[in-house]
Design a protein around this ligand. Structure first.
Ligand code: GDP
Ligand code: IMO
Ligand code: MG
Length: 428
């Protein structure tokens, strides 16, 4: 399993694409097109939002599990674009039980944010929160509903009813016309029908046959709706346990959980970020690391590596391996700093991630300083190719978290990795 160990955008797409070389299936289990997973192959850049990051490998089954929320128009657009670029998309399977993002979800997301004003979450405005809310309210429209006009129309009508008040300003918006919406979604249904399947059964069959299944998380542990920096979170559970629910497998099916983390920290959107920096170093990292949102293009907030948050993420996920990406971006920054505890204005110190919102919102980080390195490491392919300061930095992270490093990213291209450990060696 591949999960984000920070606030998202850790490089999950790149690691999943690498794993897909050997895997039989790749399964997305939560989130929606709020995700933006980048894969770079030579000169080609792929930015995937809904399609699992295994799609570039012919023969790999790519599953969008029941826990994902799907904007069908966006999915069809993504499939068209992949086909245009010569990628075979026949291996995509979509859960009949996955929930659909509807036009009113998009409006409710933007309206909700506008009403929050200064307190806004900074969502991706893709309708994710309202769609999961409808799912919990049992007013959701699911993929299987696309295949029955009568049911679809009735369910849309029922789902829109309690939202009338909030949607009143848009009452003339053709997007919200019942007939137009039903027709549009039926058309999406025709397009997607060949991909719709009982995906939990598919994954079960693969596992039974001893095949390799990779679960591809979206977002990251600190954006988890239960364990993250609530309310500045996404509306799903990006942690490992959620894969069982969002794909329909039992916890005994999971052998390995790899947490992906950048060698520093970024966050998009609002909310607490104790190791955040606003200086020249942060600007340099944003520049060199191209830290602009894959989905919204927003500049990402930048901070030092935060071991308090990562220790928390490691515990929540039960990590068995760590993938440290974007190490190359830190070349030339000396000294480096790593957050090891938080402190509040009254001097209280926290070595564990605080659960209380007011503590977290006012926490600043305490750091240890470590020597940086000047060398360009983008050509490194083994630990021996890395400068000593770089190896010390990695050892410090791994020892502090008690989790072995299995992969190191030294550049955006898929070949720019150092693989360590047995399972990673299988990929080499
Ligand atoms: P995801 O959402 O976790 O898949 O991550 P994103 O794709 O949103 O953001 C990660 C960005 O970092 C992408 O632009 C990747 O191409 C890039 N990237 C991934 N690994 C590395 C690395 O090791 N070094 C560098 N320089 N860039 C990387
Ligand atoms: P990947 O999979 C980074 C953030 C948004 C916002 C909060 C809630 O590429 O790592 P939402 O639209 O989900 O209701 O927004 O979550 N967010 C992400 N940040 N990477 C992502 O996905 C994100 N998906 C959502 O910026 O702060
Ligand atoms: Mg991303």
């Amino acid at each position: 399993m591949i999960v984000g160990a920070q606030w998202g955008d850790e490089g999950k797409g790149k690691v999943t694409d690498l794993m897909a070389e050997r895997a039989d299936s790749i399964v997305r289990f939560q989130g929606g097109n709020n995700a933006g997973h980048t894969i770079i192959r030579g000169d080609e850049v792929f930015k995937l939002h809904l399609v699992p990051s295994g799609i570039l490998h012919p023969g790999t089954t790519c599953v969008i599990g029941n826990g994902v929320v799907i904007d069908p128009g966006v999915l069809i657009g993504e499939l068209d674009e992949l086909r245009r670029r010569g990628i075979d998309t026949l291996g995509l399977k979509i859960s009949a039980n996955a929930h659909l993002i509807m036009p009113y979800h998009l409006l409710l997301d933007s309206e909700g944010e506008a009403q929050l004003g200064e307190l806004k979450i900074g969502t991706t405005k893709r309708g994710i929160g309202p769609c999961y809310a409808d799912k919990a309210s049992r007013l959701g429209i699911r993929v299987q509903d696309l295949l029955d006009e009568k049911i679809l129309r009735k369910k849309i009508m029922t789902a829109m009813e309690p939202k009338r008040q909030m949607l009143r300003p848009f009452s003339r918006d053709p997007m919200l016309d019942l007939h137009t919406m039903t027709e549009a979604y039926l058309t999406f249904g025709h397009r997607l029908e060949p991909h719709i399947a009982d995906t939990a059964a598919l994954v079960w069959n693969d596992l039974q046959a001893g095949k390799d299944v990779v679960f591809e998380g979206a977002q990251g542990a600190l954006l988890d709706i239960d364990h993250g920096t609530y309310p500045f979170v996404t509306s799903s559970n990006p942690i490992a346990g959620a894969a069982c629910i969002g794909a329909g497998v039992g916890p005994t099916a999971i052998d390995d959980v790899w947490g992906i983390a950048k060698a520093y920290t970024t966050r998009v959107g609002s909310g607490p970020f104790p190791s955040e920096q606003f200086d020249d170093v942060a600007d340099r990292i944003r520049d060199v690391g191209h830290e602009f949102g894959t989905t919204t293009g927003r500049p990402r907030r930048i901070g030092w590596l935060d071991l308090v948050a990562m220790k928390y993420a490691s515990r929540l996920n039960g990590l068995t391996g760590l993938c440290i990406t974007k190490l190359d971006v830190l070349s030339g920054i000396d000294p480096l700093r790593v957050a090891v505890s938080y402190r509040t204005a009254d001097g209280a110190e926290f070595s564990e991630f605080p659960y209380h919102q007011s503590v977290l919102h006012h926490a600043t980080a305490d750091y240890v300083e470590m020597p940086g390195w000047q060398e360009d490491i983008t050509g490194a392919r083994s630990l021996d190719d890395l400068p000593e300061a770089c190896r010390n930095y990695l050892d410090y992270i791994s020892e502090s978290l008690g989790v072995p490093i299995v992969l190191i990213g030294v550049g955006p291209e898929r070949s720019q990795v150092i693989l360590l450990g047995d399972r990673a060696a299988e990929l080499a």
